[in-house]
Design a binder for this molecule. Structure first.
Ligand SMILES: Cc1ncc(COP(=O)(O)O)c(C=O)c1O
Length: 402
């Protein structure tokens, strides 16, 4: 189960019932002469405050947030965007949907973008970097930002899996030009479907609003930031009040959830102990880790598979909370197809899949994720559960490493 999903309860039900009684499900129109209860706006304000950023915009999903953010940045045909090959479906597809070319980069032992890849992959067409803070851990932002600034590239932080994670004392999402979140079922907080875009840039905010709301910029937004951008054709990625109501209740659960998860992780790791051959994922700032999915690497793929099978036989699942795969293994990447052939950013690459989109182009990532084991801890786990998981790993792994 997802983290926030485990905790759905009376507070969420109360908020949803209030919206239903009031009857205004749409964010902007209210009902009759009554405005909506403003849950979406409240969630935006809470997220903006948490991040010390001026602007937050609720949207219908994390995927929509990525498309809106990329659109706000002006990404389009002919542009290239660098992203980690080990990332969620829509990190790739959102770029393609805007007609730009996703350029896949190796990850390092943080399981996020290897900063050195920026220099290797930048071309005159590169516009920006999509950084993914993978499963509760901030990417190593200092070197990433240094490379990006030197090459005058923007940085989009995809924080979908890491609400509450920080890097040297600052929340993820506050380092780049623009950031996105998801409130999908498997995330830190859920609203069923939902997402958010955050930025401190007035122009980016207005463009994001117009991308998400049919090119419009309503009075509510003009009161936040006066208009300054010509309207353009946007889509409808608005977030509704029912989702906003659930999201607001979930948001209040974040601080105790993180405290609990960090405690569980420490207990689990103590029980695993030190085993020669087991190497934990490198966490660039250990103080900012959420603690819900801990990863380690073993010397071989066979040992990783064997451990998962042995732990599963004792009722301990070691599959991560997320369905992330290497992008080259996905069907849409293998086909390279787009909804209309003339829209394809891959048109010049023949035969397909070409270099940069095949398994053999990512030896380090393929090796790392093959030897990787995930230890997912849930929001409803107890200290005894975490200790048990740690002990099972130790007992099943020690003979494999002997
Ligand atoms: C890193 C990352 N980005 C984007 C998304 C997309 O979010 P959504 O499912 O809300 O569209 C997800 C998860 O689903 C994700 O894990």
């Amino acid at each position: 189960m997802g983290l926030g999903e485990c905790l759905l309860g009376a507070a969420e039900a109360r908020n949803v019932a209030r919206v239903m009684r009031h009857g205004a499900l749409f964010r902007y129109y209210g009902r009759g002469h009554q405005p909506s209860l403003g849950y979406v706006r409240r969630l935006e304000q809470q997220m903006a405050r948490r991040h010390h950023l001026k602007y937050a915009l609720g949207v219908s999903s994390g995927t929509a947030a990525l498309e809106v953010a990329l659109g706000a940045l002006g990404v389009g045909p002919g542009d290239e965007v660098i992203l980690p090959v080990w990332s969620w479906v829509s990190c790739f597809t959102a770029i393609v949907r805007l007609g730009a070319r996703p350029v896949l980069a190796e990850v390092d032992d943080t399981l996020s973008l290897d900063p050195a890849e920026i220099d290797r992959l930048t071309t005159p067409a590169t516009r920006g970097i999509l950084v993914v803070h993978y499963q509760g851990v901030a990417a190593d932002l200092n070197p990433i930002l240094a490379h990006a600034r030197r090459r005058k590239l923007w940085v989009l932080e995809d924080c979908a899996e890491s609400l509450g994670a920080s890097y040297h004392g600052r929340q993820v999402g506050t380092f780049g030009d623009i950031a996105t979140y998801s409130f999908q079922q498997r995330k830190v907080i859920t609203s069923g479907e939902g997402g958010m875009v955050l930025t401190s840039g007035a122009r980016l905010y207005e463009r994001a609003v117009r991308m998400s709301d049919l090119g419009l910029y309503r009075d509510e937004h003009r009161a936040i930031q006066p208009a300054g951008v010509t309207s353009f054709a946007g889509s409808n990625y608005r977030l509704g009040e029912l989702a906003g109501a659930v999201g607001c209740a979930q948001f209040a659960r974040v601080p105790p959830m993180i405290r609990h998860l960090r405690r569980l992780r420490a207990i689990m790791q103590r029980n695993v102990g030190v085993l020669p051959g087991l190497v934990w994922r490198r966490i660039p700032d250990p103080a900012g880790d959420l603690g819900f999915d801990s990863y380690f690497f073993l010397p071989t793929h066979a040992q990783a598979l064997a451990l998962k099978a042995r732990a599963q036989a004792r009722g301990v699942g070691l599959a991560p909370h997320t369905g992330t795969y290497c992008q080259y293994a996905r069907e849409y990447c293998q086909s390279g197809a787009t909804q209309a052939a003339q829209f394809s950013p891959f048109a010049g690459i023949r035969p397909w899949p070409g270099p940069g989109y095949r398994e053999q182009d990512f030896p380090r990532t393929t090796d790392l994720v093959g030897r990787m084991v995930s230890v997912p801890l849930g929001a409803l786990f107890t200290a005894a559960d975490a200790a048990h998981v740690g002990r099972v790993i130790r007992e099943e792994l020690a003979p494999l490493l002997a």
